[in-house]
Design a protein around this ligand. Sequence first.
Ligand code: NAD
Ligand code: DAU
Length: 353
Amino acid sequence: MYKKQILITGGAGFIGSHVVRLFVNKYPDYHIINLDALTYAGNLNNLKDVESKSNYTFVKGDICDFDLIRSIFEKYKEIDTVIHLAAESHVDRSIKDPFLFAKTNILGTLNLLEAAKNLWNNNLKNKLFYHISTDEVYGSLSDEGFFTETTAYDPHSPYSASKASSDHFVRSFYDTYKLPVVISNCSNNYGSYQFPEKLIPLFINNICSNKELPVYGKGENVRDWLYVEDHARAIEVILHKGKIGETYNIGGFNEWKNIDLIKVLIKTVDKFLGREEGASEKLITYVKDRAGHDYRYAIDASKLKEELGWQPLLQFEEGIEKTVKWYLNNDEWVSNVVNGDYKKYYQEMYEDK
Ligand code: NAD
Ligand code: DAU
């Protein structure tokens, strides 16, 4: 008999795999059910170290398939918590295919909300629907100010618009049906197992292969970076101590202009590759700006710090060194992702089941 049964969606992705790992290892008395469609961003190689643990179950499935979601909730009747991470997550892809983002991020979330509402209908005690969102819903800041939990939503990309919409649906289920929900909005994550289309892993990979580093616009946009394991710990804290109906902002208190971050990354990779530090700056190539590119994100995470006692543990310099080392030591993981071989691992196991 498990103390908790947690359905984690998107657990084969970047952040999801860290969240699954944390809960499976730290809470042997929790049953972790990882529901993931294994899109291009889902990779079971991210979870090889926990896949045989007895408190872990993987289910391949799409959150947009309502019958499937209902059948999972029927099969695992004891699910008392949902941590919802599954999403299309890359802004550049959302500019090319906004419909996919609306489908997964909005309709997929609505499906899960409806299924949880139906399952928990008669007993909402000790239940929690925890929705993982992003700081991008708040829009773009100038050089001053921070996003707080009460900042008005002002999304600009199809990705952030779809996440904002899903956040609104989550809140509407709290207001309308009293579904016990909590939302957290986090800043940019970095660390191991991130798909190399996002800035940091893409640039590490390109520096290693002496490929151009495509800097959008003038490289002056600002992001607030958080080590992914610190995000997973924040999720753990909010799940156990967060107040129902609340929103918590999660951030690194760690703002960087893209170009400054890129130069630190270059120095670090050069150092580990035995190149002259900074030599790879010649790879920097300024390219056309991202359409609708938000200028600055900066999170005020003081509510989470003051009310629930969370703060980031890893300093950025240490986090970047750890991250660069991980990608250099795991070149097989990177090359499998880049050449598509990572799909072979699970195709035979899960395809069409
Ligand atoms: P990711 O793209 O690495 O992983 C997404 C996961 O969701 C993948 O495993 C994918 O297979 C799965 N998925 C996609 N569509 C699905 C569907 N229809 N059904 C079931 N599974 C599906 O994303 P990530 O960077 O790990 O982000 C996870 C969550 O955190 C997202 O909700 C994202 O909006 C949010 N977030 C991300 C960041 C960041 O910096 N990466 C920051 C704040 C919030
Ligand atoms: O803020 C949280 C968000 O952070 C998450 O919700 C998203 O899921 C996640 O992808 C991330 O969004 P960004 O758009 O900020 O991340 P990305 O890594 O794509 O880009 C970071 C910055 O670097 C951004 O200003 C665009 C720039 N960039 C990115 C790429 C991929 C470049 O200059 N060149 C690039 O090739």
